[in-house]
Design a protein around this ligand. Structure first.
Ligand code: R5P
Length: 257
């Protein structure tokens, strides 16, 4: 028997998953004490059951301790196994030490999750210099692909699209989206100058005139990449783009940008 347990903010997804999987939708009680420490209680019977905790990790630092407590509580309540369903897997972009002394967060975060859960289900993780989750996770991982869904949506909703990946790393998603959209794609190059500042160089798009640009990336965080790529398209007098991303993280300030 499977129990789907949502962390706060993930209730809708957990309910949908429980319905699709014909599983039990469990209840996790959660609150913060006045000093901001977390209180967690498994309010469902999980004895002898496989527990799937649903928590997309768009805000990983405050989420992580609570997740660890929830997984531990599920085990203490007799769960047969405890798994994490995290559509957005955080910390994958710091996948190497760019300056001496930098923590390679992807590796450390993966180790922490591997110590806490029996397996991980995620969607399109940001794999760049790390080629496969198995390189950093010690537990089984399962990766869902959202790019085909975006491609199909584009095919149904955008006339004569041109898919544009806003940076080199986005090529894997742009190519996949383009394949499913039945459209051509190009890739821009990007240099991140600061957290909130990027420089994007678009390729020559004259041979694609008449096509509607669709910017496709895996993550929107500060939004700067999408904003800068859109600005450059406008400067060139190209039609307003659609902006599609797999993970809409929207860091604080993204909407104001
Ligand atoms: C970078 O490697 C990712 O693929 C995204 O392009 C990036 O995370 C977007 O970040 P932001 O929205 O902060 O520009």
């Amino acid at each position: 028997m499977r129990v789907i347990l949502p962390m706060p903010g993930n209730e809708g997804m957990a309910t949908a998953l429980a319905e699709i999987l014909d599983a039990e939708r469990g209840i996790l009680e959660w609150r913060r004490f006045p000093d901001s420490e977390a209180y967690v209680r498994i309010a469902s019977d999980v004895q002898g059951k496989r527990v799937y905790i649903v928590c997309t990790l768009a805000n990983p630092d405050p989420q992580m301790l609570t997740l660890i407590f929830a997984a531990a509580a599920a085990r203490e309540c007799g769960a047969e196994s405890v798994h994490l369903v995290a559509p957005y897997l955080a910390y994958m972009r710091q996948d190497m030490s760019f300056k001496s002394g930098e923590a390679v967060s992807a590796t450390h975060f993966a180790r922490l999750l591997s110590q806490t859960f029996d397996s991980l289900v995620t969607v399109d993780p940001h794999l760049h210099r790390i080629g496969d989750l198995a390189e950093i996770f010690a537990i089984p991982t399962c990766v869902g692909a959202a790019a085909p869904l975006l491609g199909v949506w584009i095919a149904q909703n955008v006339d004569v699209p041109l898919i544009i990946g806003p940076d080199q790393e986005s090529e894997q998603w742009a190519a996949e989206v383009a394949h499913w959209a039945g459209a051509p794609y190009v890739v821009a190059s990007k240099q991140r100058i600061a957290d909130q500042q990027v420089r994007v160089d678009l390729p020559d798009l004259t041979s694609w005139s008449g096509r509607r640009p669709v910017l496709a990336d895996d993550i929107i965080s500060s939004g700067r990449t999408m904003i800068e790529a859109s600005r450059l398209l406008a400067v060139r007098g190209i039609a307003k783009p659609y902006c599609l991303a797999i993970h809409a993280v929207f860091a604080p300030g993204a909407f104001e940008g």
